[in-house]
Design a protein around this ligand. Structure first.
Ligand code: ATP
Ligand code: MG
Length: 425
């Protein structure tokens, strides 16, 4: 029993080599969301299974086959959250936060779905989740999309496209549903097994099928836009006009239905052509009926979830290679006395220059190998302390990314000289 234990399939370690990208995404998202007036909320990773069954809908991929559900020691059926909206809605109802109030909330963290792991699709993945509760729109629909357009800009991500659609009201969707079921029933022999099942339970979901065999049939299916009620149509037109006014390019995709049952009216998805088959980076929509369905007073709401792993891949493609968060200053101590003196000196420099990152060449080694380490660290500046310099009360600075020579200064001058050297390098 000495074999190596591996991580659970589809659940990944996020290693230090990647952490800079994650932190950048988190920092940019957080700053932007705060700028738009969103407050962070943190809800449990585990909820009662019934919450997701009721919120997401019985006949969805997520509830039918993707949930991590288990009985705890007390015999209760619990589920690792596959998405965040249901938990957030439960929390605001339970904490008495509705009562005609409006909330702009965001949340970040892991989600769990038992899907087939592949590139861009994992069993533990992460989302930034944003919810505007108590806003009937369409102004807030436009604002949320504008926020995302700004997020891509701030991250330097260009290869994303926006698709929008309207799912209408439950009533207009009911009429459409019947028309759609009629159409697919007439072509029942062409349906794959999944779609045949969907025909009885949830024919709209057939439109979401990724099965290649299904695509021609889906392409000729009747469109929801032909069955929209007047109010939903006006809402959708206002959304499109709002996006036009902000010069945010979008495509109307009349077959965009989204995987979760609680959506109505506005739905949108940002897709990319840079990541192969898993092309959805961020998706959302209105869920005006959900809060009442979960026992709260009827309250309109809209939200989206951004897939962080896929966004990180786009960020990796967009950002200049290798710009990791290396140290600013790499400290080389050459000689025994210098090795001992370096520690307190660096601590004093950290006090004097708290925003800078210092890395001390730990573990010794000769001068040349320490310089190699300094170079590999990505630091812009080396601080060289040798026994000889120290005897004079001095140290040397050497720019590492420029062809400039080493210069010496007294230990007292060091903080100012380091700042000056980093300004020009
Ligand atoms: P997909 O069509 O890719 O299955 P979805 O419609 O199930 O996505 P949502 O539930 O709307 O996705 O989640 C929003 C975003 O979260 C997706 O656009 C995607 O970027 C990301 N996401 C969803 N499932 C996974 C997963 N298993 N692994 C990694 N990211 C995921
Ligand atoms: Mg999915």
């Amino acid at each position: 029993m000495t074999g190596q234990i591996q991580a659970v399939r589809g659940m990944n370690d996020i290693l230090p080599a990647d952490i800079g990208l994650w932190q950048r995404l988190e920092a940019v998202a957080r700053e932007l969301l705060e700028g738009y007036g969103y407050a962070q909320i943190r809800v449990p990773l585990v909820e009662h299974t019934e919450l997701f069954q009721r919120a997401i809908g019985e006949y969805t991929d997520v509830v039918e086959k993707e949930m991590y559900t288990f009985k705890d020691q007390g015999g209760e059926s619990l589920t690792l959250r596959p998405e965040a909206t249901a938990g957030i809605v439960r929390a605001i109802i339970e904490n008495g936060m509705l009562r005609g109030q409006r909330h702009k909330l965001w949340c970040v963290g892991p989600m769990f779905r038992h899907e087939k792991p592949q590139k861009g699709r994992f069993r533990q993945f992460h989302q930034v989740d944003v919810e505007a509760i108590g806003f009937p729109g369409p102004d807030v629909d436009v604002e949320l999309i504008a926020l995302l357009a700004r997020l891509w800009r701030a991250l330097g991500i260009e290869r994303v496209r926006l698709q929008v659609n309207s799912l209408g009201t439950p009533e207009s969707r009911g009429i459409y549903r019947a028309a759609l079921a009629g159409y697919f029933r007439a072509h029942a022999s062409c349906l794959d097994a999944d779609s045949q099942r969907r025909l009885e339970t949830n024919p709209l979901r057939i439109l979401d099928s990724k099965h290649p065999q299904m695509q021609p049939l889906i392409a000729r299916a009747p469109l929801l836009s032909e069955h929209l009620d007047a109010e939903s149509r006006a809402h959708f037109q206002a959304l499109c006009a709002g996006l036009d006014a902000l010069r945010i390019p979008f495509e109307v995709n009349p077959r965009l239905v989204r995987g979760l049952d609680y959506y109505g009216r506005t739905v949108f998805e940002w897709v990319t052509d840079a990541l192969g088959a898993q092309d959805a980076v961020c998706a959302g929509g209105r869920y005006d009926g959900l809060i009442a369905q979960l026992g709260g007073e009827p309250t309109p709401a809209i939200g989206f979830a951004l897939g962080m792993e896929r966004t990180i891949e786009l960020l990796r493609l967009a950002s200049a290679q290798g710009e990791g968060p290396g140290p600013d200053v790499y400290v080389i101590a050459n000689g025994e006395r210098a090795g001992t003196a370096a520690f307190p000196l660096i601590e004093r420099l950290r006090d004097a220059l708290p925003r800078l990152r210092f890395e001390l060449s730990l573990g010794g080694g000769n001068f040349k190998s320490q310089f190699r380490r300094a170079d590999r660290s990505g630091a812009r500046l080396a601080l060289v302390m040798g026994d000889d310099e120290l005897a004079r009360g001095a140290a040397a600075l050497k720019p590492l990314r420029q062809d400039r020579g080493q210069s010496e200064c007294t230990l007292e001058e060091l903080p100012a000289r380091i700042e000056a050297a980093l300004r020009v390098s």
